[in-house]
Design a protein around this ligand. Sequence first.
Ligand code: GTP
Ligand code: MG
Length: 371
Amino acid sequence: MNRLLEQKLNDLNRVLKKYFERNVQLSQKRKNDALRYWEPIVNRIIDYVKKNDDRFASLSRFGSGSYYERAKVREPDEFDLMLIFEDLTVIQTGPGMTVQPPLGFMRLTVSENIMKSWRRDSCADAYGRLYASRVKAVFARLVRDAISFMGQDRFITVKSHGPAVTLQITNRYNGTAYTIDLTLALKCFDWPREAHEWRMRCRSGWPNQDLVREICEDGCYLVTKQPKGLNIPESEKGLFWRLSFSAAEKKLFIHGGHGEASSCRKQVLRIMKTLKEDMNWDQLTSYHLKTIMLYECEAHPNPNQWSSDQLSRRLIDFLRRLEGYLEDENCPHYFIKDINLFEFVSRPKCCELASKVRQFIEGLFEERYLT
Ligand SMILES: Nc1nc2c(ncn2[C@@H]2O[C@H](COP(=O)(O)OP(=O)(O)OP(=O)(O)O)[C@@H](O)[C@H]2O)c(=O)[nH]1
Ligand SMILES: [Mg+2]
């Protein structure tokens, strides 16, 4: 390879490592402080919910998202928990409805023996179809009741937007705020048809076949997230549950390492997340970046491609893939390729971002950024 290019990549490696140390890493102490403060509070809230409504009694906790995948950046201030109904049996609602579910969404019907209890609060309709929106609303009400019961109203606020019920917990001694996203989920035991391609995908070694098999055997989840889009009547949106691959993603991040400790894989993702904030690439989400990371892992299956001296190469490849997806206005979902994660990012925004990313790549070698 060209000696000059080699030299530049090595220099860039040093700059990136410095940027990582200065801007990206979490402090171990702040991590411990955060968990020590919010975990007991959240556990008490969940216990209250479980005790006060038998429909929620089987909820179990699963840590998902960046903190539990060891990909959080800067402050340990945001945590994602999935709360899984361990004993709620549902089946996919058959066809014959007017509106077909968007790709990645399903309608669910509860089994006959539990229909009566889910009819309460209109969580299920007369046919037993389970409204994700209603189940979440009841859960949010119980969470609010729990907070009042605990006398914590001054320190905890509750919001119920998107898929999660979000708690903002303020440390009463030092004012630090933590955001905890609680997302209700149902187990989907069979690997979904929509993600069949992921199971069969031709790969050159990452993830390995054993891990693919294990992930498919574990199944996935369905979460209370409503579809966007104008072609679904508002009255119907609440019926949909979205497929979630959070558990599979966590497995890929934790067990699908490239040489584990020495791998720069997490570093690349965490640098990208920090850059997204520093460069104000606001339309991008953490999930876009995580998705691109997973494709990059597939494209570079060998551990030596992720050794720490490869950091600059891997970051540039990541940026180029991002630029390409923006130019195509299509970021294919990692498990269901026909879902476009840029569907709701407008064409002008995609163009603008693509050009910003292009400029950034060009500027990298001149050390215009990352100081
Ligand atoms: N299928 C799907 N899952 C998503 C999407 N957004 C978030 N998730 C899931 O929810 C988890 C938490 O989401 P976020 O808190 O936004 O992302 P994060 O990976 O935790 O990253 P940060 O919180 O920004 O550090 C993600 O790790 C995903 O598993 C989405 O658009 N589609
Ligand atoms: Mg998160």
